[in-house]
Design a protein around this ligand. Structure first.
Ligand SMILES: [Zn+2]
Length: 193
């Protein structure tokens, strides 16, 4: 690569520039640092995915005995009571999309670390897809919080469980993992790393 694009203002800079000539942001391409950070965030996200799925997201406390249900139990319960659209949305947002993102981020990290030069267009598309879905990942944390707010007024108290906090952390860590992965690496030759 002869030139270095600024990720903030898209200005074209000299390939060895450390700071953008137009907006002054730090733009040096640091492949190893970017990949290590991304992988670390990804592993942390995968770790939090486990408590997000085995601990309850909602605790219903009625007459002092608290009962909880995990994401999957919630999906099954909604499906059985006929709320198919909600069940499908929750399943997609909290089980399918996070797993797909882990897969894509791992694939991008792996292929970049191994200096693979094939499928650049496909990998750029996957990266864009991850960036696009990022802001939507907290959808079911919102669902839980709305439920908590709605039902709090009745006699039954509903409190968010450990599952929700783990899920929210997992989502933030996944976004960070995608964020620190420098997309300019996808078009970069590998010898310089
Ligand atoms: Zn700039």
């Amino acid at each position: 690569m002869e030139y270095l694009k600024c990720l903030y203002c898209e200005a074209t800079n000299h390939k060895n520039a450390r700071y953008c000539g137009r907006c002054g942001q730090y733009i040096a391409l640091e492949a190893k640092k970017s990949l290590h950070k991304s992988l670390a965030y990804l592993l942390a996200a995968i770790i939090f995915y486990i408590p997000a799925n085995i601990y309850p997201v909602l605790l219903t406390s009625k007459f002092a005995n608290a009962q909880g249900s995990t994401i999957l139990e919630g999906v099954v319960a909604m499906w059985q009571s006929g709320d198919y659209p909600v069940a499908i949305i929750i399943f997609t947002a909290s089980i399918f999309i996070p797993l797909a993102k882990f897969g894509v981020l791992f694939y991008l990290n792996y292929t970049l670390a191994r200096c693979q030069t094939q499928n650049i267009a496909k990998r750029v598309m996957l990266y864009r897809l991850i960036e696009l879905t990022g802001p939507w990942s907290l959808i079911d944390v919102f669902v839980v919080l709305i439920l908590v707010a709605l039902i709090h007024f009745k006699n039954i108290a509903i409190i968010p469980g450990i599952g929700v906090s783990s899920f929210a952390l997992m989502v933030v860590l996944t976004i960070l993992s995608a964020n620190v992965l420098d997309p300019r690496l996808l078009g970069e030759e590998c010898e310089k790393r």
